[in-house]
Design a protein around this ligand. Structure first.
Ligand SMILES: Nc1nc2c(c(=O)[nH]1)N[C@@H](CN(C=O)c1ccc(C(=O)N[C@@H](CCC(=O)O)C(=O)O)cc1)CN2
Length: 289
């Protein structure tokens, strides 16, 4: 019998916990954690995600700073804005909403974020920490997926995980985090041949390909754990849910699966960043006096 792996409740718990920690930090130090969101252009889906992040921040007692830039913004202008936020002591976390308009060098923009404020886990610094299995900020969707698998007691060590997709903030880090938890990981992508045959060997499937209903039910091993990280138009995932649910052992729905975990981890990591930065500030004052 297929069971749903729901993210909503676990995400709500994580946000409530982040809210408690934000309140305690503010009571102790007067510092309110603050997340800066940067949105470039007018993509309606991106605007919705940023609004969701701001609304949930507010509910958790996390302050937000909103930067909205026109679609014609250059790489240099965006980098300058991100440097400014990185240097601002009142901002603890920075989120640059992906994707950015085509004329912008997205990697250069991500790298303009101070790694200490990279609560979305998009810099090379965060990527290296995930690759080396070191502590650090996780890319939010992959980190949220791991938390969900752990909460549902999915055995990861020794499992064969097939990741479909290789983007630097989703597929690649998802595979690295599964590997760090001792899964045997196979990466697949748009040029993989015999993709259904490979997916059929998976105990855990992570679909992060960005194509609606791409993974079909007859691609799955009976009882497989299916994680749908897709967020296509109309709230449709990358997995054909009805077909997959008839075969899988556990499956994330869209909506209500991975999406809420992404935002919950972003808020949790914003509080982590604020705590770490206020400790650093206390140390700096102590060494000066
Ligand atoms: N800088 C980043 N950009 C993007 C990321 C990211 O993690 N960092 N991820 C995606 C989109 N995304 C966040 O930005 C995102 C998508 C969907 C959801 C979500 O909670 N969806 C809900 C349904 C939403 C609704 O009700 O309309 C769900 O699945 O239940 C959260 C975050 C691309 N860009």
């Amino acid at each position: 019998m297929t069971k749903l792996m729901i993210g909503t409740d676990l995400a709500a718990e994580m946000v409530a916990n982040a809210a408690d920690r934000a309140r305690v930090l503010q009571e102790k130090t007067g510092v309110q954690p603050c997340l800066a969101t940067v949105l470039v252009g007018d993509d309606p889906a991106s605007a919705t995600y940023v609004r969701m992040k701001q609304n949930r921040s507010k509910k958790a007692g996390i302050g937000s700073r909103s930067v909205v830039l026109p679609a014609e913004t250059t790489t240099e202008e965006l980098v300058a804005e991100l440097h400014k936020l990185s240097a601002d002591p009142e901002v603890h976390g920075i989120l640059l909403q992906h994707p950015v308009p085509a004329q912008i060098d997205e990697r250069a923009a991500f790298e303009a974020i101070d790694p200490a404020k990279d609560v979305d886990g998009v810099t090379m610094h965060a990527f290296a920490a995930m690759a080396f299995g070191e502590p650090g900020f996780r890319s939010c969707t992959p980190g949220g997926i791991l938390r969900l698998l752990e909460a549902y007691d999915v055995p990861i060590a020794g499992a064969h995980a097939v990741v479909i997709g290789r983007s630097p903030i989703l597929g690649k880090p998802a595979g690295m985090l599964l590997l760090a938890s001792n899964a045997t990981v196979t990466y697949t992508h748009s040029r993989t041949t015999n993709l259904p045959d490979i997916v059929r060997t998976a105990d855990i499937v992570v679909a992060a390909v960005g194509k609606a209903n791409f993974v079909r039910g007859d691609w799955l091993k009976p009882g497989a754990v299916v994680v749908d990280a897709g967020y296509n138009e109309g709230n449709v995932g990358d997995v054909h849910f009805d077909e997959a649910a008839a075969v899988a052992g556990l499956i994330t729905p869209v909506p209500g699966g991975v999406g809420p975990m992404t935002i919950a981890l972003l808020l949790e990591q914003t509080v982590d960043a604020a705590e770490a930065q206020s400790e650093t500030a206390v140390h700096s004052v102590a060494t000066l006096t």
